[in-house]
Design a protein around this ligand. Structure first.
Ligand code: ARG
Length: 284
């Protein structure tokens, strides 16, 4: 039996794993999204101590909830490596990795690829633009793929083919992102079991229709700006939880009615770079 097959069996019997990267070198030195541009224009600095505290807060929640958090070493000069969600997507012990859109993040790939190799993952590297689980989320037996800002339609289509090929048999639902402020799917769409939240203004008219038809619940401008969709939905057999950096009373009530417990973990420092809890997380 191959090592990675064995590892998968062992892992699935033990604990679900999450890949994170410590914010040792996290800062905002370039702008590839509007939040970063605002941070630079207003000369707002990242508070390194607070960033480490917020990241550790998230890591501790995962550990407490029964997940096994594994770490990749941060690399000096690659501040966005903390956002592990974007390096690829993992399916059955194989990592599917694409190209980052922006030159500033391209060098991260080499380090993530090395980590996956050293940890016995199979690697499928495609040359199309694809920013991992930032732009691809599974929902109700479908692969929801966001394209138009970072990942390309060709990228998400190719990755979805590998999913089918690898035996998951899920269909791709491509959705088009049209607002640079919501540059990844996980900034404006969040699957929650059978339910999902989404921010309509971030999507094309056709995609809004598709998501509404599938039963996604629209959120307003304020909830979108507070990065509500970048929260993390956890269903680990110990009750359903949602990790949010901030949540309006309205959504807290609505989610609690659905039996979802809210766990708060503020992410002010990472929001200076356009990211929150979900971006700091890669489910393996
Ligand atoms: N500064 C990062 C970027 O623009 C933030 C990435 C956030 N990640 C996410 N999954 N939305 O690429």
């Amino acid at each position: 039996m191959q090592t990675n097959t064995l590892k998968m069996i062992v892992n699935s019997k033990i604990k679900k794993q999450i890949l994170m990267c410590a914010p040792t070198y996290f800062e905002v030195t370039y702008a590839i999204n509007p939040a970063m541009a605002r941070t630079l224009a207003c000369k707002i600095a990242v508070n390194q101590f607070k960033a480490m505290e917020q990241w550790t807060g998230l890591k501790d929640i995962y550990t407490k909830e029964g997940f096994d958090v594994v770490l990749i070493d941060p690399v000096k000069g690659l501040p966005d490596m903390v956002f592990t969600a974007n390096c690829g997507i993992v399916n059955d012990g194989r990592a599917i990795i694409g190209e980052f859109k922006h030159a500033q993040r391209k060098p991260e790939t080499e380090y993530f690829e090395k980590w996956f190799k050293e940890n016995d993952y199979g690697i499928i590297h495609i040359k199309e633009e694809f920013e991992g689980t930032g732009d691809m989320l599974l929902w109700k037996d479908n692969i929801i793929g966001g394209h138009g800002v970072r990942s390309g339609l060709d990228g998400i289509t190719k990755v979805a083919k590998f999913f089918t090929f690898l035996g998951r048999g899920k269909d791709l639902v491509p959705v088009k992102l049209v607002d640079d402020n919501y540059y990844h799917l996980d900034t404006c769409f969040c699957p929650m079991g059978e339910n999902a939240l989404f921010y309509p203004k971030a999507f094309s008219a056709d995609s809004i229709e598709v998501l509404l038809e599938m039963g996604a619940m629209p959120i307003n401008d304020k909830d979108a700006r507070s990065m509500l969709p970048n929260g993390v939905y956890l269903d680990n057999g110990k009750g359903i939880k949602f990790i949010a950096s901030k949540i309006s009373r309205e959504w807290r009530n609505a989610l609690e009615k659905l039996g979802i417990e809210i766990i708060l973990n503020p992410t002010s420092e990472f929001q200076k770079s356009g990211g929150s809890n979900r971006c700091l997380t890669l489910f393996l």
